[in-house]
Design a protein around this ligand. Structure first.
Ligand code: GTP
Ligand code: MG
Length: 323
């Protein structure tokens, strides 16, 4: 085998590995902005990732995801786990309005270096939120966080497909399912590895949990993971250690069943295809803009002299052509 000395680590990567929180924060911002100058650092850190347990918490607005995250954080810190948190904010037309008026803010316990919290806007990401979230999670992983908790508002059609990022997806609901049943039909049900019926201090939690348990018994093949249903409340705290145990049980299942590798492979394939698409899009657009021949092709399509399929073939050929 041809062994070469490993390339020296870029400065930003070295700082992140040394535990420099500011360097990590800066790198995440640059990744969010798709700043290509940090690609060498991001690339170098990839090999250091892949160790963290990544837990997605998703569910409709206001069900208590952040409140649960806060309690899980405390529980995990008591277990001496280093924890990263990524909160993907909806920044929807609702934000600032009364709907979000009583939402809980996540804050790092003063001086606790075993915690890193990052929030990111759900909109306005060149390359998509999923990509930015995935890369942020990976940087936290390389930084040495053992558990990474990601909060997203799931609508089923959300552009943040949390199960593409998390190894365990927790779907949070509240006792009176109502509209949530609709959103489950739209996809939340399929992605849940664990259901969390929060606000179990309110009436109706038992019947919601019973309903979900029955639903999870339908159509689960033998030997496959059957989502666990946990009841929690954050006021007063209840069920948090059971929630963590259910998450840990799913993580153990991923290893014992051998499905972790397949899950990883499938996601990385999706990610690589996404990156290729991003690059191909950019080069196609650039080729179209600067190449007068292609502009002429376009004119001919407009004049109905050639059809769009033929034009697409020519555009592709032009991009493939070596310069
Ligand atoms: N009664 C009751 N209220 C709760 C419970 N957990 C959270 N809440 C309240 O529900 C409201 C929303 O809580 P958050 O933790 O901000 O909910 P969220 O799902 O993160 O909200 P978004 O991020 O805005 O979607 C707050 O007023 C909490 O105090 C609970 O177990 N029981
Ligand atoms: Mg929240």
């Amino acid at each position: 085998m041809n062994r070469r000395a490993p390339a020296p680590l870029p400065d930003a990567a070295r700082r992140v590995l040394r535990g420099d929180r500011q360097a990590l924060a800066r790198l995440i911002s640059q990744v969010e902005n798709r700043d290509r100058s940090v690609l060498p650092a991001v690339r170098a850190l990839y090999a250091r990732s892949g160790h963290a347990t990544v837990v997605g918490l998703t569910g409709p607005l206001g069900v208590g995801k952040s409140s649960i995250l806060n309690l899980l954080l405390g529980h995990l810190r008591a277990l001496r786990k280093r924890v990263g948190i990524v909160a993907v904010d909806p920044s929807s037309p609702f934000s600032g309005g009364s709907i979000l008026g009583d939402r809980i803010r996540l804050e790092r316990p003063a001086g606790d270096d075993g915690v890193f919290i990052r929030s990111m806007a759900a909109r306005g990401h060149a390359g998509g939120v999923a990509l930015a979230t995935r890369e942020t999670v990976r940087l936290l992983d390389a930084f040495g966080m053992e558990v990474i908790l990601v909060e997203t508002v799931g609508s089923g059609q959300s552009d943040v497909e949390i199960h593409e990022v998390a190894s365990t997806s927790v779907v949070v609901v509240v006792p009176h399912l109502g509209d949530d049943v609709q959103s489950m039909k739209a996809g939340l049900f399929e992605i849940a590895d664990v259901f969390c019926v929060n606000k179990a201090d309110l009436p109706g939690a038992d019947s919601a949990a019973k309903y979900l348990t029955e639903m999870t018994q339908l159509g689960v093949a033998k030997g496959r993971w059957r989502p666990q249903v946990i009841q929690t409340s954050t006021t007063p705290p209840r069920g948090i250690s059971e929630l963590w145990e259910a998450i840990a049980a799913h993580e153990a299942y991923l290893d014992s069943s051998g499905s972790r590798r397949g899950q990883d492979r499938q996601r990385l394939t999706g990610e690589i295809l996404g990156l290729v698409r991003e690059r191909v899009d950019a080069s196609l657009a650039a080729a179209l803009e600067r190449d007068p021949d292609l502009q002429a092709v376009l004119d001919r399509v407009v004049a109905r002299k050639i059809d769009p399929h033929t034009a697409a073939d020519r555009l592709l050929a032009a991009v493939r052509r070596p310069k």
